[in-house]
Design a protein around this ligand. Sequence first.
Ligand SMILES: Nc1ncnc2c1ncn2[C@@H]1O[C@H](COP(=O)(O)OP(=O)(O)OP(=O)(O)O)[C@@H](O)[C@H]1O
Ligand SMILES: [Mg+2]
Length: 261
Amino acid sequence: MLEPETERPVVVRTRALTRKFGAFTAVDALDLDVHEGEIFGFLGANGAGKTTTIKILCGLLLPTSGTGTVAGFDVLTRSEDIKRSIGYMSQRFSLYDDLSVRENLEFYAGLYGIGSRRLARRLDELVPRLQLAEHLDKLTASIPMGWKQRVALAAATVHDPAIVFLDEPTGGVDPVSRRAFWGLIDELARSGKTVFVTTHYMDEAEYCHRISVMNAGRIIALGSPADLKAQAGLETIQELFLALVRRDERPGAGPQGGTSR
Ligand SMILES: Nc1ncnc2c1ncn2[C@@H]1O[C@H](COP(=O)(O)OP(=O)(O)OP(=O)(O)O)[C@@H](O)[C@H]1O
Ligand SMILES: [Mg+2]
């Protein structure tokens, strides 16, 4: 049997990671350990600081203070190494509508310096897994949103990275496509990849091995969905999320006010 995810190596680590924009603190002293093969759900209301954190971890934005490593590389100094080790599907993921699906994947492969032979081998794996065959030569603009999401996942993982950051990958997608997409996330994790994913859909949070709930730049809860629900005596992540955020926003709730591990 595989060891629990939390006993596997840490592949994303932050300590007191902080990002300010002027006087405003978007990410406030974040401490996180994410393990290899884990599906780590990053929850939080609009503006909580999720995308800002992901951008720092993807080497796209520098922290103002604190430290972080991704795949063993320091976010302050090794962003190019980080970019080679990770896949990133951004919140407004960028596919070229006027290219075919295949051309989009060729474009991303080019960005990662993947030659045509390696790309052909990779497509032999990705296309059946993501069931993209019938869409491969269609114009990206012409395929439904749920399929675009899959193409975006294929583009983000065309270089077969060990860690994948997915920022609201299922936003605006129908429930059937969302469920299927989570099947793909699960397969990624089972193959040893680490998935760091944000979502506003609380049903999806239940599929994560561990979740963190972020509010106003701080982590206010961290643990497995089952443990967090049991600790709070609540039935669903939806109820838990609302209770945590309300408690954190109560007057007088200090930085330790809502923290639970
Ligand atoms: N470049 C920037 N300059 C100034 N403020 C910023 C900048 N980027 C983000 N912010 C602010 O930081 C806060 C956190 O934003 P962030 O995008 O990380 O939130 P989020 O948790 O991803 O929210 P959402 O769920 O809406 O995607 C917000 O108040 C946002 O307005
Ligand atoms: Mg965001």
